[in-house]
Structure formats: structure tokens, C-alpha cells
Design a binder for this molecule. Structure first.
Ligand code: DLL
Length: 442
């Protein structure tokens, strides 16, 4: 079902025309109302009237996360506080939270965008929907919630954590839809097995998983484990929250961007140059309808590519690829660039391993040492008899070879006993950087 056929199936020309009109209004508004934008545009020598075609967006200066921090908490708002209806923010795992605001109209638009996303994922009015994204400053819980209600489904606002209770509610309420981070879904599956519940036999038919990078291999494992369709949902608080883009359940090949609300570009993260369709680079968004917190050419730090081809599902909206990772989470291992999701893709092809893993970086003299910590699966561990180290040596060698062959790097691999790594209740911590004893959530 397509929730808003008019907006999700416009021709490219119609979409561009709509976007241009909204872009002009947004640029004018921020220039007049937000000193930060006026100063940035003046410094770049560009005036609102210089934006006459959609390509002219490239004349506008970029916004970055540091600008949000410098203007903390409310200096980038384009409306009076009287008109703001809600505040959200990032979790602040990497510093002060970044604060964003919404007017009533913004919240209505967001609910509509998420309602479209739920239908894109295979949701239908009347569905019971188990929402295990965190409720609070994080946009996941409340963002999805309003969309569930707007679509005509029944929201079960469980939030994250207390996994055994989550499972009891899934057993009792019989939801068709489930939303959570993929790493938390792994945790739920594991807990179900411990409770003697077959995860393939619950009522859940589709999952809306995102808020953190995950691989195609992880999707396959989750779909198999729960016997569901799992789609990738993307978003970030600075741009809106969940729903900026989502895969369709029919094709599962790229995430449909809500293009009438967000204009996407891909740039070279080093030069800022706009890259052609299909080429991988940093994703940049401009909001086209937001009132309280408009963003102009916001550099997300996320790596993806764009595909303008209409989709077989009937939607014509631009699709972005699955996020490979964040620019700042890229590991440079002896000169080779590697994202944790690429390591995940290799690890998950080994059925002897559980799908949990962590990359640990240690300082080894003048060099960095990259260790990959993973876990044996419960089933495989119970089959091992005798000396465990000797039994695991061939497996360690095989995985090491596979990582070297596919990613071009050698890493130190540690296979730990089942249940050794910390389980996630929201966004998983995939990289632990012990060089300066800080942890990064990705
Ligand atoms: O994570 C919003 C969200 C909630 C998205 C629920 C999907 C579902 P933030 O906390 O501001 O917002 O974090 C945004 O998370 O820049 C990406 O780096 C990452 N991210 C979000 N979705 C995906 C995804 C929410 N599907 C940051 N794949 C973004 C990979 C994702 N990374």
C-alpha cells in the first residue's frame, strides 16, 4: 500500500519543481530569521534570490554538527519559542546533545512521513505495532509513535530495555510490526530462545530496523531468525528523525527518501564537491518544509549513494543506498579504509559465530592494533570437546584469511565464549577505541 500516492509517485520534473519552490521559501526564511544562516550566506556571497534552479543549491554553504553545538541550545531555531511544540536531541554520546525543535506543523509532517514509511515497510491500518525504540529526547520512540497512530495502526509504546517484558508483550498483544535497532533485535531473539520461545513463531510479520549501521548479512540473519521481512529505516534528529528514508518491503533495494520534504545530495567529504548519482560519498540534506529547525545542506557524516530510478514498487522517489558507516567511524588500518559494517558482513557468513562483535583499537607502541572481538554461537560452543584453543585455531585462521581477502587488512581476531560481549538495548557500540579510553556509539 502506498500511503500518499500523490507525493510518492511524482514524475522527476514535478518533484524538482516542487522542491525548487520549497527550497526558495526555506532559504528566504532562514536568511531573514536565523543570524547564523544570514552570516554564512553573506560570507559565501550568496543571496536568497540567487537560488533560481535546483542546482543553485550548490551555491549555499554547508551546515555541520559543530554549528549545532556552537548554537546550543536554540540559536538555530527559525521561529519564536511560542511556536515550538516539541524538542528532541541526539543522545550526546560524542559530546553535548544536539538540540532540535518542531512546530505543530512540523510534527504533523513528520507523522505523515512516518505513516508513509510504515506502509512502505508493509504495514497496514489496524496493525498492532511494537515500538521498541527509546522514548525520550531520542527521536526514535516518539517519532515512530506519531506515525503509527497517523497511519491508523495501534502503537504499543514499549521503548527500549526490559527485554523479557518486551517478549511477554509480543506474545500477548500479537503485533504484526516490530521496530527497534537491529542490535537490539538480536538481543530480543536471543532472549526469546532462552525463554523457550521459537522466534519464528511469533505474530511479527515485518520489522522496521535502523538508527545504526547494519549489513545485508545481518538482515538475512534477522529475517531468518524471526521469519519476517526486515526493512532498513534511516533518519537523524538534525533533519527530522526516523523516516527521512526507508526501504520498501517489495524490493528492499535502496531507501526511498521523502523527497518532497528533504533534498538529498552526495558530496566528496574531502572537497565538498557534489558527486554524480551512483557514486558513494557523504550524504547531505536540506529540509524543504521544516519551520522550527530548517537545515541547509546539512552534512550528515553518513556514507551512501543515490539512485534516481523509479522503483518496481510504484514509488518514484530517489533512493539512497544502505549506510556504509559514518565518516568519523571509518577505521584506517595500515592505510586501508574499513567500516565496521564491512567486518560485520564477513563475520556473519560464519555460522559458528554469534552475530555480536566489536572492533577494539589499542595503541601498540607507535602503531595502532585493530582487534576484532566476536563470539562463538551457543550451538557451536556446545559441540567443542577437548582443548578449545586448539579446536578454534583453524576457524580463527579461516576468518582471518577471509577478512584479509575481502577487506585487504589483517586484524587480530579473538573468538570469545558465548555471551561475552555486552548486549545492546539501543545503538550498539561497535568500536571501542582504547587509545584514549573513549567509546564511540555508531
Ligand atoms: O537514529 C533516528 C532514527 C531512529 C533512525 C529510529 C531510524 C530509526 P540520531 O540519534 O540523531 O537519529 O542518529 C542519527 O544514526 O546520522 C546515522 O549515522 C545513524 N543511522 C540512523 N539510521 C540509520 C540506518 C536516529 N538505517 C544517526 N543505517 C545517523 C545506518 C543509521 N545508520
Amino acid at each position: 500500500m502506498i500511503f500518499n500516492m500523490e507525493m510518492e509517485a511524482l514524475s522527476r520534473e514535478e518533484m524538482t519543481e516542487l522542491q525548487l519552490g520549497r527550497l526558495k521559501e526555506t532559504v528566504k526564511r532562514v536568511y531573514e530569521r536565523v543570524p547564523f544562516h544570514k552570516e554564512a550566506m553573506d560570507a559565501a556571497g550568496v543571496k536568497p534570490e540567487d537560488v533560481q534552479s535546483i542546482e543553485d543549491i550548490q551555491k549555499l554553504p554547508f551546515m555541520k554538527k559543530t554549528h549545532l553545538r556552537e548554537n546550543y541550545p536554540f540559536n538555530l531555531f527559525a521561529v519564536d519559542m511560542k511556536e515550538v511544540a516539541r524538542i528532541h536531541g541526539s543522545s550526546g554520546t560524542k559530546g553535548k546533545p544536539t538540540v532540535v525543535g518542531y512546530t505543530k506543523k512540523d510534527l504533523e509532517n513528520w507523522a505523515e512521513i512516518v505513516a508513509r514509511a510504515l506502509c512502505c515497510a508493509g504495514g497496514e491500518p489496524g496493525d498492532i505495532f511494537h515500538n521498541a525504540y527509546g522514548y525520550g529526547l531520542f527521536t526514535g520512540g516518539l517519532g515512530l509513535h506519531n506515525g503509527i497512530e497517523h497511519m491508523g495502526a495501534v502503537a504499543v509504546p514499549v521503548s527500549g530495555g526490559n527485554t523479557s517484558r518486551q517478549i511477554t508483550l509480543i506474545e500477548d498483544f500479537k503485533p504484526r510490526g516490530l521496530a527497534a535497532t537491529p542490535s537490539y533485535v538480536l538481543n530480543i531473539v536471543e532472549e526469546m530462545k532462552k525463554m523457550g520461545i521459537n522466534p519464528r513463531e511469533t505474530s511479527v510479520k515485518y520489522g522496521i530496523f535502523g538508527a545504526e549501521p547494519w549489513s545485508e548479512e545481518m538482515r538475512e540473519q534477522l529475517e531468518e531468525a524471526l521469519d519476517i521481512k526486515a526493512v532498513d529505516i534511516y533518519g537523524l534528529s538534525e533533519v527530522m528523525g526516523p523516516g527521512v528514508s526507508i526501504e520498501c518491503h517489495e524490493v528492499q533495494d535502496g531507501l526511498h527518501i521523502a523527497e518532497d520534504h528533504f533534498y538529498a545530495e552526495i558530496i566528496d567529504p574531502n572537497t565538498g564537491e557534489v558527486l554524480p548519482y551512483g557514486q558513494e560519498g557523504e550524504l547531505v540534506f536540506t529540509s524543504l518544509t521544516k519551520e522550527a529547525f530548517p537545515v541547509i545542506r546539512y552534512r550528515t557524516g553518513d556514507i551512501a549513494s543515490l539512485n534516481p530510478e523509479p522503483c518496481k514498487c510504484g514509488r518514484t522517489t530517489m533512493r539512497m543506498s544502505r549506510i556504509k558507516g559514518r565518516v568519523d567511524d571509518m577505521l584506517i588500518i595500515r592505510g586501508v579504509n574499513v567500516f565496521p559494517t564491512e567486518i560485520e558482513s564477513v563475520l556473519l557468513t560464519f555460522e559458528q559465530l554469534a552475530p555480536q562483535y566489536q572492533v577494539v583499537i589499542e595503541r601498540d607502541g607507535a602503531l595502532d592494533r585493530f582487534e576484532v572481538h566476536c563470539e562463538l554461537s551457543q550451538e557451536y560452543a556446545s559441540e567443542i570437546t577437548g582443548n578449545e584453543n586448539a579446536a578454534l585455531a583453524p576457524l580463527v585462521k579461516e576468518i582471518g584469511h577471509m577478512i584479509k581477502n575481502t577487506l585487504g587488512v589483517s586484524v587480530v581476531l579473538r573468538i570469545l565464549p558465548p555471551n561475552s560481549l555486552i548486549r545492546s538495548e539501543s545503538k550498539a557500540i561497535r568500536v571501542v577505541d582504547n587509545r584514549n579510553k573513549t567509546q564511540a556509539a555508531i
